[in-house]
Design a protein around this ligand. Structure first.
Ligand code: BG6
Length: 492
């Protein structure tokens, strides 16, 4: 199976924070992969910008080192690497002063007709100053876009301030807010599965679905960014964005098309339908945890507190929530959400558990009837699995057994699954904002998250401890089990 490669329009990608971790680890390798597939046009430049004095040549060496670190050796082909590096340029400019901006303006002048994308891979405090310089130096053309990364605020108020600072210079349709989960193959597949098949949609409602589970479990800890993480926590880091976006894609109505505003309008309606969790309801429907020392797949690991400066921290590294979407389609169907660091495995999935059959015609000897289940695996092994009941093959009467119709995309299509950034970075060039968040979505998500966080802040209870390498605090298991349900385990 070959994928369709369409070369994009000529562009200049200007990456602020060009020497930073995100650029080195994700953005440059993603663009290199697109080069490898022949998707970059002859005329395209990638311009790294940061404060540090450097030269084009030194930055190219830096980019080469990053590619060698983050790509497999067999992915580095000398001819492709040479072409890619010839696109790389560097400008030293300071977001908080005039220094270097004239040089950037001069360089960009050489490519005035191209699509121009400014990627702000910096802290959000620099978004405003960078945008103002871009505006002041007249760097915005008809084909200019700006890309911003999370954290887009730490609550509604700061999110509005960040959005305002970018919005003062750029129009909403020029702003691309990245949530890299939306670029993951399986997440896009969720739309294909729901709206490209007649099979699921008639059943996709409270009459037929018992509940939905969304799990984004990580086995890693805070990996050297503990002090940043300590100001964020799992709710802001994962739930406000990635998990709520997944929930939206599961719960939204069919948009009229894949047009950016059609899709985002439907997602916004879901966010607005989320039952507010305030005060006692927040305490009853959420569990937060913090990991202690334990074991991960790589051996013994320290606890969260040992990895950060603030030894009194109450920051959560795990969250489980029972959420509800209050509308006609989903009334009474719980959405159990769960995410955490240092859990037993890296496993992200959406599980849609259907209701049991209304009446069994089989006698006791046939065994029990398990409910159908659709499992959409985001990672590690992307794919879709549908659990069905069939007759146990062979003679011996009617015995029933549960079997999976299981499709792993890697083995079925034999293609490398592209990193989310590969898709998203080029969508910016194509001017396709469907997989990016609109301002109102981001702010609506904060409106739901803020009262939960407030209830936690006001609570006397600290987050519940859990041992690294487990599935989180036992209260998270109780959260679902008291409703007579269990978290999905990856049983065949
Ligand atoms: C990021 C979070 O947005 O997503 C990280 O800030 C997290 O804490 C990461 O580790 C997970 O992304 P992925 O693609 O590895 O599942």
């Amino acid at each position: 199976m070959t994928s369709r490669i369409i070369v994009v329009d000529p562009f200049d990608y200007v990456v602020f924070g060009g020497t930073g971790d995100l650029a080195r680890r994700k953005l440059l390798p993603a663009l290199y992969h697109r080069e490898l597939d022949g998707q970059l046009p002859e005329v395209a430049r990638i311009i790294g910008v940061s404060r540090r004095e450097s030269s084009h040549e030194a930055y190219r060496a830096d980019v080469k080192a990053a590619l060698e670190k983050y790509l497999r050796p067999d992915e580095i082909l000398p001819r492709v690497l040479e072409t890619f590096l010839s696109r790389i340029h560097y400008v030293a400019a300071d977001a908080t002063s005039e220094e270097g901006w004239a040089n950037l303006a001069a360089l960009l002048k050489e490519g005035e007709d191209r699509v121009r994308a400014f990627y702000l891979a910096t802290g959000p405090d620099l978004f405003g100053p960078i945008c103002e310089h871009i505006g002041r130096h007249g760097l915005i053309t008809d084909k200019t876009r700006v890309v911003v990364e999370k954290p887009l605020g730490k609550d509604l108020k700061s999110a509005r301030a960040t959005n305002d600072s970018v919005g003062r210079i750029f129009k909403e349709e020029q702003i691309y807010r990245i949530d890299h989960y939306l670029g993951k193959e399986t997440v896009q597949n969720l739309m294909a599965l729901r709206f490209g098949n007649a099979l699921f949609e008639p059943l996709w409602n409270s009459a037929h679905i018992d509940h939905v589970q969304i799990t984004v479990a990580e086995s890693i800890g805070v990996e050297g960014r503990g002090d940043y993480y300590d100001t964020s926590g799992a709710m802001r880091d994962m739930v406000q964005n990635h998990i709520l976006q997944l929930l939206c894609l599961v719960a939204m109505e069919a948009p009229t098309s894949l047009d950016a505003d059609a899709v985002r309008g439907e997602k916004l309606k879901v966010l607005k339908s989320l039952k507010p969790l305030t005060g006692a309801a927040a305490e009853a429907c959420t569990v937060r945890g913090q990991y202690r020392a334990g074991a991960s797949t790589t051996g013994a690991v320290p606890g969260y507190i040992d990895e950060i400066t603030n030894k009194e921290s109450r920051t959560e590294t795990f969250v489980a929530i029972k959420a509800e979407v209050e509308n006609w389609r989903w009334a009474g169907v719980p959405f159990y959400l769960r995410t955490g660091k240092r859990l037993a495995a890296r496993q992200s999935e959406i599980v849609v558990r259907f209701k049991p059959v209304p009446h069994s015609i089989f006698d006791e000897g046939a065994g029990s009837l398990a409910a159908n289940e659709l499992v959409i695996r985001l990672q590690p092994d992307e794919g879709v699995k549908l659990q069905l009941m069939i007759k146990d093959p062979g003679p011996g009467g009617m015995r029933l057994t549960r079997v999976p119709l299981d499709m792993s995309f890697a083995s079925a299509f034999n293609v490398r699954s592209p990193d989310a950034y590969e898709r998203l970075l080029l969508d910016v060039i194509r001017g396709n904002a469907t997989l990016f968040m609109r301002r109102d979505e981001v702010e609506q998500a904060w409106k739901w998250v803020d009262p939960i966080r407030q209830a936690w802040d006001e609570s006397r209870d600290p987050p519940k401890a859990y041992t690294s390498g487990t599935w989180g605090p036992s209260a998270a298991i109780a959260l679902i089990e008291r409703d007579g349900r269990t978290w999905h385990e990856d049983a065949a």
